[in-house]
Design a protein around this ligand. Structure first.
Ligand SMILES: N[C@@H](CCC(=O)N[C@@H](CS)C(=O)NCC(=O)O)C(=O)O
Length: 274
C-alpha cells in the first residue's frame, strides 16, 4: 500500500541532511546475509557518512517553524533520483540519510514497512513510498519547475509513466541479482551465474536506453523531467558492471551533463559517501 500514515503515536524525527539518531538506530536485518546487508552502498562502492544534525518535528512546531517534507534516502541509491528532483523544484525539504542497516531496521520500517528508500514524509505525517509515486508527487506539487507531463496532456502523462515504469521496474530491478544475489539464488556457488545473467540483461536495457537518447538532451518531451533524475542514477550505477557506461555514448554524454549540474552536485554533496 502506498499511502500510509506515520507519526500518530510519536513524532517522526526531523533530520537535516543526516541519519536519524534515535528511532532509526536499529540493528541490521536479522535474516539478511552480510553481503546483502551491505548492498547497495557497498556494491556501489559507497561508504557510510557522518552524524546528522537532528531536530524533532515537535521542537520545530514549538518554535513555530513550518515542517517541510522530509525525504528518506540511502547514499547513491535509487532515492537519489527523488532527492535530485526535490532540489530541482527549489522547494524546502529535509533529508534523512540512512545506512542500509537503518533502512532494514525496525525504526524505519514503522515509517515504511517495505524497508526501502525512498520514502517522502509530508508535514501532516502522510508517507509516500515508491520512486514512481514520490517523483510524480514532487513534480505535481511544484508545477513551476516543469518536471512533470504538461498539464492536461494525457499522452505526456502516459509517456512519463511509461518511462518511469521501465526505469523502476525493468532497469532498476535488473540490478537486484547483482546487489543481492542471495535473494535470488540459494547456492552461493551459483550466485556468480545469477550476476552474469543480470549483467547480460542490463546490457540489453542500457543499449536500448542509449539508442533512445541519441541526439537527445533529455529523455522526454525535449525538456527536463523527473525521469531524467532516475535515468541519471541508473547511469551512475552502470560502471559497477563489466561493461561500463562509456560503452553507451549517448548515456555517457547525458550523465556528464548532469554531473556538471550544480543542483545535482548539491544533492550528491548531501548524500556523503565517505
Ligand atoms: N519499488 C521500490 C524499490 C525501492 C528499492 O529497491 N530501494 C532500494 C535502494 S535502491 C532499497 O531501499 N533497498 C533496501 C533493501 O532492499 O534492503 C521503489 O521503486 O521505490
Amino acid at each position: 500500500m502506498l499511502g500510509t500514515s506515520a507519526g500518530a503515536a510519536r513524532p517522526v524525527p526531523s533530520i537535516k541532511t543526516g541519519r536519524p539518531a534515535t528511532d532509526l538506530q536499529a540493528s541490521p536485518p536479522q535474516s539478511m546475509p552480510e553481503d546483502e546487508a551491505r548492498m547497495p552502498e557497498m556494491a556501489l562502492g559507497m561508504a557510510s557518512h557522518s552524524k546528522p544534525e537532528v531536530t524533532s518535528s515537535a521542537e520545530q512546531a514549538a518554535e513555530g517553524e513550518p515542517t517541510p517534507m522530509k525525504l528518506y534516502v540511502m547514499p547513491g541509491a535509487c532515492s537519489l533520483a527523488s532527492h535530485i528532483a526535490l532540489v530541482w523544484t527549489g522547494a524546502p525539504y529535509e533529508l534523512a540519510v540512512l545506512s542500509h542497516a537503518e533502512v532494514g531496521g525496525e525504526g524505519y520500517r514503522k515509517l515504511n514497512p517495505k524497508g526501502a528508500v525512498p520514502a517522502l514524509a509530508l508535514d501532516d505525517g502522510t508517507v509516500i513510498t515508491e520512486s514512481l509515486a514520490v517523483l510524480e508527487y514532487i513534480a505535481d506539487s511544484y508545477p513551476d519547475a516543469r518536471l512533470d507531463a504538461a498539464p492536461g496532456s494525457v499522452l505526456e502523462r502516459a509517456r512519463l509513466n511509461e518511462a518511469l515504469a521501465e526505469l523502476v521496474s525493468d532497469v532498476h530491478k535488473a540490478w537486484a541479482p547483482v546487489f543481492a544475489p542471495g535473494r535470488y539464488v540459494m547456492q552461493e556457488a551459483n550466485q556468480d551465474d545469477a550476476k552474469q545473467a543480470a549483467f547480460a540483461q542490463l546490457d540489453k536495457q542500457y543499449a536500448r536506453l542509449d539508442q533512445r537518447m541519441q541526439g537527445q538532451e533529455w529523455l522526454l518531451f525535449g525538456r527536463r523531467t523527473v525521469a531524467d533524475a532516475y535515468l541519471y542514477v541508473m547511469c551512475r550505477w552502470k560502471d559497477r558492471s563489466p561493461t561500463p557506461l562509456a560503452r553507451y555514448p549517448a548515456l555517457a554524454a547525458f550523465k556528464a551533463r548532469l554531473d556538471a549540474d550544480e543542483e545535482v552536485q548539491r544533492a550528491l554533496g548531501e548524500e556523503p559517501t565517505g
